[in-house]
Design a protein around this ligand. Sequence first.
Ligand SMILES: [Zn+2]
Length: 258
Amino acid sequence: MPGKPAIFIESTIHAREWITVATATWFINELLTSDNSQVRELAENYDWYVVPVLNVDGFVYTHTNNRLWRKTRQPNANSDCIGTDGNRNFDAHWMENGGASDEPCEDRYAGSAPFSEPETKALSEFVASIKDDLSIYLAFHSYSQFLLYPYGHTEVESPPNKEDLEAIGDVFTSAIKNMAYGTEYKHGTTPSLLYIASGSSVDWAYSEMDIKLAYTIEFRDTGRHGQVLPAAYIIPNSEELLAGLIALIDKAKDLSYI
Ligand SMILES: [Zn+2]
């Protein structure tokens, strides 16, 4: 229904991050079927846009050929190497400050131009068409147990609402830590916890679409299993996401973003 605040979830732009698909589809099922009053509140008070698998060709390839494939499957002109890193392909400081490569054989190849990939182009056009309704943009990734906020392209500049992004990060990580699993997430900017990453979807949503709550969530684990996280962790990871999300949305309401 029009008029409700909307939340966008982009999942599996990186093909090998299988826990993101499982968690996104688990979460959709919760929204549709759960009797839990907090979940019903989420389902009924917001418009949800969930793209459970953005990089569909890459995801298929991780089943048929290479479990650890990351990029899209588009051929590149003048190279035998296939694919682009979708999360370096957005038109936000594209290829400016590092963390992305101009070499098609690299895992972090940024593409021949911003939005060279059909996946990122279609996503960006759709998000742009609904941007005025969107209060929150989330991108699901793995692994590391991080909640990351802008900017990814620079360590020098901070986003204008950094304090709020931090405060929301605090409640997200505490909600997860307080569960029986006791899992620890950290929060911070992408460069502070990982590395510079220019041309990411979350930077684009924040800077170009003016969606002031934009986060990348890096799910379980911290490296023991890495991208080949056993299926037994799907439910715990999903439950943590749900608890974190309830806290995040609550705090966003407190701070008048919704
Ligand atoms: Zn990723």
